[in-house]
Design a protein around this ligand. Structure first.
Ligand code: ZN
Length: 268
């Protein structure tokens, strides 16, 4: 429980004891109180690291208006093309069915990857960064290991169908990606150690939350961001962004969708 919640409860209980008036209960709406999302933000990194931030959100005045958005060229479909701009002013580029926001490959409920997209394994950059992360954790006596890395479209199809049969589609959508919508298909995502929320409370889970960005990863499905990311909290699922972006996202305290100003909602 955070300090604001404790303070709010304390004041509320005191006033109720003093007066016993029901309007106070109504006025303070104690039972509706939820912790503000900002309290979940990670600690801010020291100011000296700010220089590593690759690009901040452009101010309102410099954002392109919709009339300035470059429309897709009529020519070569294999050429990368700008298809729009995010709510925060970042260019959205489509390239061979993949969607990039300022060079970052985006896969969520809104943006998918083609069934045939198959790096076959973790990308070399992701694998190398994860090896360095593991080594750094091991130096502190912690064991972080890979449970699940690259998954093919076919594997994801089998997984998702099994979850749907087990729990129904609506429930499955809260914790499993539909085929083509899994970050695991990109070779840029890794599940570590344990697919359990209790992982967050282990020394490894705490270390990962505090240090993953130093190696280019973020905790992709952050706590209390389900309505934005489209997925329940997954303290074990890390996404490789590269160190610059990972640090910027970590320091912002935002999830990836909020950081770039994009949605994560299935079209149907
Ligand atoms: Zn995962």
């Amino acid at each position: 429980m955070n300090k604001r919640l404790i303070a709010a409860l304390g004041v509320g209980i005191l006033l109720l004891n003093l007066t016993g008036c029901s309007w106070i209960r109504t006025y303070f709406r104690l039972d509706d109180y939820t912790a503000p999302a900002s309290t979940q933000a990670p600690e801010t990194a020291p100011a000296s690291t700010q220089a590593a931030v690759p690009r901040t959100v452009p101010p309102e005045a410099t954002r392109p208006s919709s009339s300035e958005i470059v429309s897709a060229p009529q020519g070569d479909p294999d050429e990368p093309r700008v298809v729009g701009v995010t709510a925060n002013g970042y260019q959205i580029v489509e390239d061979h069915g993949l969607t990039y926001v300022n060079g970052v490959l985006i896969v969520n409920k809104t943006y998918s990857v083609p069934a045939g997209y198959s790096p076959g394994d973790l990308t070399p950059e992701c694998a190398e960064a994860f090896a360095r992360l593991r080594t750094a954790a091991a130096a502190e006596g912690l064991n972080i290991f890979l449970l699940s890395g690259y998954r093919s479209y076919e594997t994801q199809t089998n997984l998702y169908n099994r979850y749907c049969a087990q729990d129904g589609r609506a429930a499955a959508d809260t914790y499993s990606a539909r085929p083509g919508h899994s970050e695991h298909q990109t070779g840029l995502a890794i599940d570590v150690n344990s697919l359990s929320h209790t992982f967050a409370e282990t020394p490894e889970g705490k270390w990962l939350a505090e240090n993953a960005h130093r190696f280019g990863f973020i905790i992709r499905y952050a706590y209390a961001k389900e309505s934005v990311t489209g997925y329940a909290y997954e303290p074990w699922h890390i996404r490789y962004l590269g160190e610059g972006w990972a640090q910027a996202v970590y320091e912002s305290g935002l999830c990836l969708e909020e950081f770039f100003g994009i949605t994560s909602v299935y079209a149907d």
